[in-house]
Design a protein around this ligand. Sequence first.
Ligand SMILES: [Zn+2]
Length: 428
Amino acid sequence: MKTLIKNGHVIRKTNSEYVVEILDIAIEENTINDIGKIEEKGFDRIIDATNQVVIPGMINMHTHIPMKVLQGIGEGVRLDSWLKDHIWPIEGKMSEEDVYIAAKMAVIELLYSGVTCINEMYFSIESIAKALTEMGMRGMLSYVFFDFNISDETVDEGKKIIEKYRNSELIDISLGVHQLCDMKRENLEYLLKEFKGLTECLHIHVGESRENAEIIKEKSGKTPCEYLLTYDIEPYNVLAAHCVEFNSSDVDLLKEKRIYPINNPISNAKLANGISPVDEFIDKGIKACIGTDGSASNNSLNFLEEIKFGTMMQKVKYDNPMSGQPSVFFDIATINGAIALNKEREIGSIEIGKKADIVTFPIDHTMLPMHNVLSNLIYAGSSLRAANVMINGQMLITDGELGICDIDVVTEEFNKMTEKLMMKVKEG
Ligand SMILES: [Zn+2]
């Protein structure tokens, strides 16, 4: 299958600066094989991107997508009570089928906001893999451990699932550890040893809240970052979610390490946890990333909104309008995620030879005038809905229409499931 994306305002980097040019992109099967002015002859499919912005598919680096079903639950409480009193009691009643249905609903929301790859952590990993595979979405999914679920059986199952998806085009499996602060030392050491060499990534919540940091301080006298570095994490790309409780000395410690701090600005603001020092990470050459977290702590999966919020929070944190520049945050939302996932040769930018993960957004009234397309996209783009979404060469959304499933059917399934789940919770 040969596809031509024609005449779009393509955002890509030349000489380390983002430029916007009207270009065509040729795709053969799942790979970009030409960019420029291209003759229309010989293509099986032509996507007219006139008056559209064309960007690399964005990478949402910290998600819990089945939490879509919990959107609006537990408002106005702190992280600890939010989890224990509101979220976990409902999650305890969710079946694998519920996780699958909620994941599909979330994927629709993510696709329309321009996300083509997620770094996901949740239970019932195979239900999420099934939803992503059926819908054509790319993802790194964590097989997640807490102290209570570590056993020979679960470790074996985790290893088997890693093997099962080893040659998948869309799905990779990482080691997930729910939180650095509350896992017993011997358990984390055991997991790091068991999964060494089997998966490239460790996905873990680090320094999300003051309370989290205090737990670590009490048991080790260290900051979350210092404490993380006491473990043998060298064999892993550490995908460290939140990283709010990081001071300037912590930032220095991350230099030249394979630790990727993932900023979750809306979730961190909503739960009053604080602001991650993204500007300092970037100044020190650390590849910071960005994620929405789950729908329950956000309450949305609108990625362009997340990016805008992220830029604004940096300006406020550092009292500096130069902080949180759109071009820096566009890197954070695309290529930095690809680097963190060890996939920078495949995704994260529009380049010949890379996989065709491409999104187009309409240039509507919110994007006018076109003085600065990239700042328009980041600062004014949150109400945009993707016109076209291609992942691995497959069209998931074409001219605004979802082609991979019937949105009305998924919505009906989701509403029925939500109602049943809340009945089960009520019954206790
Ligand atoms: Zn999280």
